[in-house]
Design a binder for this molecule. Structure first.
Ligand SMILES: [Fe+2]
Ligand SMILES: [Fe+2]
Length: 182
């Protein structure tokens, strides 16, 4: 018999704004991957890393945000059954997702460098937007997902389970020039 908590969490989906942003990034990755030469090579490497990463975020991270309004209204009990399995899965994979970001940011650096070299402003702008997307997730979205999970657990009298590892929180920084800064 299926666990009703799992059944309910499976019904949660990512907020539209988050899914649409991924969809737009995917579309631009497809377009950039069709470029010839070093830009196309670099874009295809970014796409190989980003496409499965986006899918994991849409399953493990973004659905937690569908509950934020309810949590902000203090409706913890009603939403707890749905968010706890999600938070457990996110916590278990947090470090792996963070490592994805480091690899993706490195690949974006190569794409940005190729775009600068070929004076392709459109691709350079896209690379910077994608970098900003990953940085925002790392600096805001992932910690918010962690906080939401811990908030629910504490409200239910459970110990907070998910903690960010300071060592894994090092820099995914990349300068606008395309140079990596760590
Ligand atoms: Fe993402
Ligand atoms: Fe990401």
């Amino acid at each position: 018999m299926m666990n009703p908590r799992v059944l309910r969490s499976e019904k949660l989906s990512a907020p539209d704004a988050m899914r649409l942003e991924h969809d737009e990034m995917r579309a631009q990755l497809v377009s950039a991957s069709m470029e010839a030469g070093p830009i196309g090579d670099a874009a295809r490497r970014v796409a190989r890393l980003c496409v499965p990463h986006f899918e994991q975020e849409e399953k493990l991270v973004f659905p937690i945000f569908e509950l934020l309004h309810s949590l902000a209204l203090g409706d913890v009990q009603r939403e707890a059954a749905a968010v706890l399995p999600l938070v457990s899965r996110f916590c278990a994979r947090h470090d792996r997702l963070h490592r994805h970001h480091k690899s993706i940011v490195s690949a974006i650096g190569a794409l940005l460098a190729a775009a600068h070299k070929e004076h392709n402003r459109e691709i350079a702008t896209f690379a910077q937007r994608l970098w900003l997307h990953e940085r925002t997730e790392d600096a805001v979205i992932y910690p918010m997902a962690t906080l939401a999970g811990n908030y629910v657990r504490e409200a239910l009298g459970l110990r907070p389970r998910c903690q960010e590892d300071r060592k894994t929180r090092r820099s995914c920084n990349i300068a606008a020039s395309g140079q990596m800064v760590n």
